[in-house]
Ligand binder design. Structure first.
Ligand code: DGL
Length: 263
């Protein structure tokens, strides 16, 4: 297929479920003329408590499906899948512009004054070498504390973006790590930005900045698509197709609702 033909293909997005929509909404804002196809693997979620091998297999299967549909670029909009599989995806598909997402530790460290930074992520993201290497890089500039958040993505999968159960989860899993010198919280899983409002409400007058990598990842995707000569430049309104491995119409409805939330 020529470059001229490829330019008309959609950009593929994948995640273990609905979390990657937090990256997609940023991409739609900065690439309004593009078509997108989003695959949420909710039937196999969560990825973050599976083994690296299981996550790799699931990720490869989703990417193969997206490629069979025809895509001109790929966003692995899942920190867990990125940590487990993005390196190999780049080897497997050298011609495809591919971006992954990693916890936004760098901006959090730069925005802090050497105090404590909490990184909320899935248990598997925290265990993976890619994440350990990232923390190693910044360990002298801040006290970075990893907080494995088993069970947190499920709130988003169920559409529960506020409420007492969520507050209770924060109380049990985040409060024990909060200190007077906590200067930033990294939302290191693409589901968590949808919980940002409630987390801010929970933190009340402790004005701790929250960081996530959604915008940075979307901007990097745009750069790569453009560098490959595949960015659409004409005036048009792009489309979004949302697919989910759970054959449940309510997941698609919830996905559209999440995409249209103000942020
Ligand atoms: N959204 C995924 C991430 O960014 C993980 C959620 C899961 O455990 O499946 O890490």
């Amino acid at each position: 297929m020529s470059e001229q033909q490829r330019i008309h293909l959609p950009i593929g997005f994948m995640d273990s479920g609905l979390g990657g929509l937090s990256v997609l909404r940023e991409a739609m804002k900065i690439m309004p003329a593009e078509d997108f196809i989003y695959f949420g693997d909710s039937a196999n979620a969560p990825y973050g408590t599976k083994t690296k091998e299981e996550i790799r297999k699931l990720t490869f299967a989703v990417v193969e499906y997206l490629l069979s549909r025809g895509i001109k670029g790929l966003a692995v909009a899942c920190n867990t899948a990125t940590g487990a599989a993005v390196r190999d995806l780049r080897i497997m598909y050298p011609k495809l512009p591919i971006v992954g997402i990693e916890p936004a530790v760098k901006p959090a460290v730069l925005g802090a004054n050497g105090g404590r930074i909490l990184v909320l992520a899935t248990p598997m993201t925290i265990e993976l070498q890619k994440f350990k290497t990232l923390l190693e890089k910044y360990k002298d500039q801040a006290e970075i504390v990893s907080v494995p958040c088993k069970g947190l993505m499920e709130f988003v999968e169920n559409g529960d973006l506020e409420g007492e159960d969520l507050s209770e989860y924060f109380e049990q899993n985040i409060t024990p790590f909060l200190t007077d010198n906590t200067e930033g919280i990294v939302l290191g899983c693409t589901h968590y930005p949808f919980l940002k409002k409630h987390l801010e409400f929970f933190l009340k007058d402790r004005k701790i900045p929250l960081y996530d990598g959604s915008y940075g990842t979307a901007a990097e995707l745009k750069r790569r698509i453009e560098a490959a000569g595949l960015l659409r430049t004409q005036e048009r309104c792009g489309t979004v197709e949302i697919l989910n491995s759970l054959q449940d119409e309510s997941k698609i409805e919830l996905s559209h609702k999440l995409l249209s939330l103000p942020f």
